[in-house]
Design a protein around this ligand. Sequence first.
Ligand code: LMR
Length: 329
Amino acid sequence: MKFKPMHAALLAAALVSTSAFAQEPIVIKFSHVVANDTPKGQGALKFKELAEKATRGRVKVEVYPNSTLYKDKEEIDALQMGSVQMLAPSLAKFGPLGVKEFEAFDMPFIFPDKQALYRVTSGPVGKWFFNKLEAKGIHGLAYWDNGFKDMTANKPLRVPADFRGMKMRIQSSKVLDAQFRALGANPQVMAFSEVYQALQTGVVDGTENTPSNIFTQKTHEVQKHMTISDHGYIGYAVIVNKNFWDKLPGDIRTELEGALKEATAYTNRIASEENEQAVEGIRKAGKTTVYTLTPAEKAQWRTAMAPVYKQMEGRVGKEALQAIEKAVA
Ligand code: LMR
């Protein structure tokens, strides 16, 4: 009997903490490496807005841009460990995880245009790629667009011979490594957050990226030349920690799926425009000569890079390559 007041106090404390817990929102930490004013940066913020609205505050999305939480490779490890719940890495960054098939997206000139790309990502082929992630404890939710890549350096890059001996920064993709070796360059894998300084200090001579990434990272301030070549593609897989996702209440998962669908449409709608504006921004900054390849020069690039397909078929797998090639045809 004499313990009764104690019991009551404990019960009251338990009730308070249970109701406090019930009101705690589910937190989704969404980490990425680019600036807010890029297609991915805007997409992440749009998802935050829509997800919080759709779940009426039951979910809180914390967006961490610009590698403020994790760099390229670290962020995928962090997702697997559950330190973050959501990412959107470039499709070129799944090799170190052991999912090499995604590197098929890095093949030179594989997508003739955005429509061909969407035929791949929006259909069964896109799903087939996502299934490869499940065994790694990762669930793929959507593909987000960025755009086609261009080259930068401190010298004009117009024909394949111009690349000879150049140290070029690449994402962690063996296909990109092969692409630059085919041009006679020396590729170097480097985290996105380190590129500006590496270019500034001459650790590397040049790089490839989309105009929106080049502009927002101020790459154009340390590179005198940019070649509009559209020789490859950068897009993203929006992924979540599978365990986290599977354990969400069903109604919340449905609301988040709806928010993501809308955020995906938004991102893919703004991507081309963001990249066009970035090219304008680079031109206006006046520090970089922007050159567009002629069709004849582009043909030379295609020929020089063509061997990459045979060289890398064993790595990305025939199935992945053929699935993409069939969908784009
Ligand atoms: C890069 O590392 O160049 C890109 O993958 C960065 C990004 O996420 O667009």
